[in-house]
Design a binder for this molecule. Structure first.
Ligand SMILES: Cc1ncc(COP(=O)(O)O)c(C=O)c1O
Length: 511
């Protein structure tokens, strides 16, 4: 059987190359268990048949071992097959052994296999509970254009390249702002403006990781971060999450890791909050073992019902924390404005890497933002946004209670712009059906399964179906109507299936 017979040959070839490259560079060691075809298909949005064919081809080429009823494993000696440069069949051109025209690098092949992850366009009238975007009506258009005009009026003598870390006025204003709102203790020299926090994650991966390095990540967690690390050949070490965030106690069994990526103030996606004792324990593990820690503080402005807690950055006595923040959740993800607060030892390498990447972030928007921070309009805008998002969340919670009552359990409502909704009477195996049935009724919802690492999620087969529901994009009336339709979709789905016993559910909902 050849991979070319699958419906999406480009994707099957990319997946084949990703796994083969991972084996060659040590990301997947001999004997390592591969995710099941079902889990990997769900994670990548591929058909199970496609993944099965890729596994069969890898087995035929000697890279992995498959046995009926058992997990597929990396074959012993598989890495040397690749290193010895033996011709391997291209899955799209089986049997030819011909090199593809224009070879991608190992990183390129891994990235290609990940797909773009772009959400499909919404149809007119569709109600979209996508987490990520903000409502255009919430953008402070007048204030922002006034600031941009003021910046344009400031005549500058030289149109020169700036410091790769970004505009000095913005970094100065941000230092004051972060000190006041997040208790961060840093100098403006440690702050670097980046094109959204995604660029910060990419820079961290490039500068801190070698192929095969182990990275501790939360499970479930933020895929765009995990993919940035995997792109550079990192091996993810998935640590579970409970109602108090990362299970830090499990780190002692993890051994040496180069990096840990955490969302301590609002765990993505479950929404839990890492208490101070766990924060200290995490830092002492990192300090003892020599690991870096990325603190992703992506939506800390929206604390609806939790006290601000000391950031990892402000507790760090080892100089191991890289604090990352973004303006994507308060102003707009389209601005691509984020920041890093670097430990002193990383300022120079990151400044150089930023210079080599894109010189620096665009100056006009940075200076406009500096004005908003300096004259207090940003703080006023954030207060307004917090009230607005809380009202949306209340509309969602009320609609869920009204239409679904005890059928669902909501997790992570204490802060942020999304909640996780667990369907206590639906097993996780019907998540995709629930998404489809909702779509037929004009509602877009998003399953939680892709945010779990496939191998680790298989350990909790009885976890209920879960949805990640964002509300920042919608008006209150749309939220109510969307939940009404969603409840109808769930009812029709349940009517068509054998009822799943609503017994106590998984460790995922311990908050
Ligand atoms: C966990 C997490 N970090 C960061 C971001 C923000 O990314 P960016 O600043 O690149 O827009 C998001 C956005 O959805 C997120 O969910």
């Amino acid at each position: 059987m050849h991979l070319a017979t699958t419906g999406r040959p480009g994707l099957s070839r990319a997946l084949y190359e990703e796994i083969r490259t991972g084996i060659a560079d040590g990301t997947y060691a001999a004997g390592a268990v591969l995710p099941s075809t079902r889990a990997l298909a769900a994670e990548r949005g591929l058909s199970r048949a496609t993944v099965t064919l890729v596994y069969e081809q890898l087995a035929a080429d000697g890279f992995i071992e498959t046995r009926a009823g058992a997990a597929s494993r990396v074959a012993s000696g598989a890495a040397s097959i690749h290193r010895a440069g033996q011709p391997t069949r291209s899955p799209d051109r089986p049997g030819t052994g011909a090199p593809p025209s224009g070879r991608l690098s190992a990183i390129g092949r891994r990235v290609a296999a990940m797909g773009t992850g772009l959400p499909l366009a919404t149809a007119p009238g569709e109600i979209d509970f996508l987490y990520g975007p903000l409502a255009g009506s919430d953008f402070p258009t007048l204030t922002w254009s006034k600031a941009l005009r003021a910046v344009e009026r400031q005549r500058v003598r030289r149109l020169a390249y700036e410091d790769p870390r970004g505009n000095p006025e913005l970094r100065q204003a941000l230092q004051v702002h972060l000190g006041q709102t997040r208790g961060l203790a840093c100098t403006a020299d440690q702050i670097m403006i980046v094109n959204g926090s995604q660029q910060a994650l990419d820079l961290c991966a490039r500068l801190l990781l070698d192929p095969g390095d182990r990275v501790v990540v939360e499970n479930p967690g933020y895929r765009a971060a995990h993919q940035a690390f995997m792109a550079y050949g990192a091996q993810l070490v998935c640590v579970g999450v409970d109602g108090h965030g990362l299970k830090v106690g499990e780190l002692t069994g993890v051994g040496r890791a180069q990096l840990a990526y955490v969302t301590p103030t609002h765990q993505f996606p479950l929404g839990s909050f890492l208490p101070i004792a766990r924060r200290r324990e995490l830092l002492s593990w990192a300090g003892r073992t020599g690991a870096w820690v990325i603190e992703d503080d992506y939506d800390s402005e929206y604390r609806h019902a939790v006290r601000p807690e000391a950031t990892l950055q402000s507790l760090d006595t080892w100089g191991c924390v890289i604090h990352v923040g973004t303006f994507s959740k308060t102003l707009s993800p389209q601005l691509r404005l984020g920041y890093m607060v670097l430990p002193p030892s990383l300022v120079e390498p990151f400044t150089n890497a930023k210079r080599l990447t894109d010189r620096h972030a665009a100056t006009g928007a940075q200076r406009a933002l500096a004005l908003l921070l300096e004259d207090g309009s940003y703080a006023r805008h954030v207060r307004r946004m917090r009230r607005r998002q809380l009202a949306r969340q209340r509309a969602l919670m009320q609609a869920l209670a009204h239409h679904l009552g005890d059928e669902v359990e909501v997790q992570g409502a204490a802060s942020g712009l999304h909640v996780v909704v667990w369907w206590l009477s639906l097993p996780k195996s019907v998540e995709a059906d629930l998404v489809r049935a909702s779509r037929q009724r004009g509602v877009r919802v998003y399953p939680i399964s892709p945010l779990f690492h496939p191998v680790a999620d298989e350990m909790s087969p009885r976890r209920p179906a879960g949805l990640v529901m964002g509300y920042a994009l919608l008006e209150d009336e749309e939220i109510r109507e969307g939940v009404r339709r969603l409840a109808g979709a769930a009812r029709s789905l349940k009517a068509g299936m054998r009822l799943w016993p609503a017994s106590g559910h998984s460790e995922a909902s311990t908050s």
